[in-house]
Structures are given as structure tokens and as C-alpha cells.
Design a protein around this ligand. Structure first.
Ligand code: NDP
Ligand code: OXD
Length: 306
């Protein structure tokens, strides 16, 4: 049995080292080296490319190097019953909480305007009244961000697909819950996965349902945002500003209007990432579960798309 790590645009050394120290008996290859394809039972990957996974005849599971699995689900050559497992780890959650708290406090405490005032030598106390925060996607990451923001005194509500309650928060569920959820949300945060249903969800209709001047944070996936609609909403003042970590096309094109748009802050898909040592622990626990015939933590519901 062997495991292949496929990570085409970044080094794999830290992952190889983590497997060597935590599972010295496991044979691990770093793509493009694979060893005999029929001996590969597990793949750990990010964007392996269409058709790659289908080349391995004896796979028991495919692991994503990140929490998102859209880079795998968009490949319809992956056998339909092969388990796909997303990365679940405290390092990803901590990073996302830090990012979201930074984005919220930077906007709420009006740091950009404070900086402009400082440059002009102006001492002015700006209105800092407490905003209503709305989190789209109350899964592992959304709930952790909700708890952190709530502990800081923010009012937080959430939107999910099922309407499943989340202790301590007002939850709005499904398409019918969207409008009431948006109504009165001053800071809208997307931590949604990329699915057929979430494509284009941040569009002109969503922006129009928010209070004028609302702020948008997108750390879910780029395809959720209709970029032209955001630009229109920013220019009309319906949306007051945005912090964006994910984009339809990454890296963002050098001539993309977001680079120079007033009140837009761009980060290059760095909201959070997994620590290789901890991530290897998750993969090894999942392999042990699969070998015992159990469902591993993070197994994706392929029909739902996340
Ligand atoms: P989870 O699977 O734990 O949670 C997903 C949440 O989204 C659930 O609450 C789910 O609802 C909700 N959801 C899914 N589809 C819909 C829909 N159509 N309408 C309303 N709600 C919906 O995922 P994670 O929290 O672990 O991760 C979320 C996403 O964050 C990832 O898929 C990835 O895209 C992104 N991400 C971005 C990173 C970055 O660096 N920018 C880093 C890591 C992740 P329900 O509870 O009802 O099932
Ligand atoms: C992830 C990501 O899905 O980095 O983990 O976006």
C-alpha cells in the first residue's frame, strides 16, 4: 500500500517529512513519482488535474490538502463511489478565525479612514456603532468564526443549507431563509463551499437585500461572487466595501479592476491553510478509520457537493 502526494504548484517536502516521522512504514511518493499505480491506495492532493485520479486502479480514498474539495469534484472521471475526504484541522480553523476577525475589526473600527485622517493630521471620533454580522455557511469554519466574533461582543447570525440549529446563534436555512438573513446584515461573510447552489450567490439581488453601505467578506470561493455586480454595487454605494480572498480566476489578472477599486481589499487566497504536521495526523487517522471499515472525519457528501 502506498500514498501519493500531488501538489503541482507548491513544495511537498514538509508533508513528506511529516509522514516519515508519523508513519515511517507507509510508502509515500511525491508526484510525478508514483511507484506502481496499482499499489497506490491513497492520494493526498490539491488540484491534481482532470483525469489524474482515475489513473490509479486500487484507490480507497482521495484526501484534499485543503478544506475545499471543488478541485476534485469538478473532475467527473473520479469513480463515483470513491470516498473524498476534506482537510479538517484546528490550524485551518484558527487561520480562518484570525482572517475573519481581522477583516471585521478593520472595517468596523474604520481603520482605513483613521489612517487617512492620520495622514491629514485630523483628530476625529468616527461613529463605531456595533454592526450585525451574518455568516453564510455555518459549518466547521463558519461556526468557529461565529463563536470568536460573538465572544468579542458582536451580534452574529448564520445561514446554512439545512436550517440545522447552531447553539447560541439565530440560524436561517435554505433559499427561503436567505432574504430574512440578509435583511439587517451589516457585514456579510461567505464561508460557503463551492457547489452548484452557491455559484453566483453574491450577486446584485443579494447586495440589494442588504442595508445600504453593507460590507462583504468573501473567503469561501471566487465563483460565489458575481464580480461585475459587486463593482456596480460598490460604485452605487449599495455596498460600502469588500475584503476578498478568493477569486474566479487565481492569481487575479494584473488588469483586474479589483486591484484599484476604492474600498476593496484583496488578499491572495491566504485566509487559512493547514499545518503539514497536523494535517498528516488527520490523514493518518482517516486512513486508520477506512482500514477498519469506518467513515473518516471530513468525508464529503458527493451528492451535496461538500
Ligand atoms: P463545511 O462543510 O464544514 O460547512 C459548509 C457550510 O456551508 C455548512 O453550514 C452548509 O450547510 C453550508 N452550505 C453549503 N451549501 C449551502 C447552500 N447552498 N446554502 C446555504 N448554506 C450552504 O465546510 P468548512 O466550514 O470546512 O469550509 C467552508 C469553505 O471554506 C470550503 O469549502 C472552502 O471553499 C472555504 N475555505 C477557504 C479557505 C481560504 O483560505 N480562503 C480555507 C479553507 C476553506 P449545512 O450546515 O446545512 O450543511
Ligand atoms: C481550502 C483553501 O479549501 O485553501 O483549504 O481554500
Amino acid at each position: 500500500m502506498s500514498l501519493v502526494i500531488i501538489r503541482k504548484t507548491a513544495p511537498t517536502a514538509a508533508w513528506q517529512q511529516a509522514f516519515a516521522s508519523q508513519a515511517p512504514d507507509l510508502v509515500v511518493h511525491a508526484w510525478p513519482e508514483t511507484g506502481p499505480l496499482e499499489e497506490v491506495h491513497y492520494i493526498l492532493c490539491w488540484a491534481p488535474g482532470a483525469g489524474e485520479i482515475a489513473r490509479y486502479p486500487n484507490l480507497k480514498a482521495v484526501f484534499s490538502l485543503g478544506a475545499g474539495v471543488d478541485h476534485l469534484l469538478n473532475d467527473n472521471t473520479i469513480p463515483p463511489h470513491l470516498p473524498i475526504v476534506r482537510m479538517v484541522d484546528k490550524s485551518i480553523t484558527d487561520g480562518m478565525v484570525q482572517y475573519v476577525v481581522m477583516a471585521v475589526t478593520n472595517h468596523h473600527r474604520r481603520m482605513n479612514e483613521m489612517r487617512v485622517n492620520q495622514t491629514a493630521g485630523i483628530w476625529q471620533k468616527l461613529d463605531l456603532s456595533n454592526p450585525q454580522i451574518g455568516i453564510m455557511g455555518m459549518g466547521g469554519l463558519g461556526q468557529a468564526c461565529a463563536r470568536a466574533l460573538s465572544a468579542m461582543g458582536y451580534k452574529v447570525r448564520g445561514w446554512n443549507r439545512s436550517g440545522r440549529p447552531v447553539k447560541g446563534f439565530e440560524i436561517f436555512g435554505g433559499p427561503d431563509g436567505l432574504k430574512p438573513f440578509l435583511d439587517g446584515t451589516d457585514i456579510l461573510i461567505s464561508l460557503l463551499p463551492h457547489t452548484e447552489e452557491t455559484i453566483g450567490i453574491l450577486d446584485h439581488k443579494t447586495f440589494a437585500a442588504l442595508p445600504k453601505g453593507a460590507y462583504v467578506i468573501n473567503a469561501g470561493r471566487g465563483e460565489q461572487l458575481v464580480e461585475e455586480d459587486l463593482l456596480d454595487a460598490l460604485r452605487s454605494g449599495q455596498i460600502g466595501g469588500a475584503m476578498l480572498d478568493v477569486f474566479r480566476k487565481e492569481p487575479l489578472a494584473a488588469d483586474h479592476p479589483f486591484w484599484t477599486e476604492r474600498n476593496v481589499t484583496i488578499t491572495p487566497h491566504i485566509a487559512s491553510w493547514v499545518d503539514p504536521v497536523a494535517g498528516t495526523g488527520h490523514v493518518l487517522r482517516a486512513i486508520a478509520a477506512i482500514e477498519r471499515g469506518k467513515t473518516p472525519e471530513g468525508q464529503v457528501d458527493r451528492a451535496a457537493g461538500y
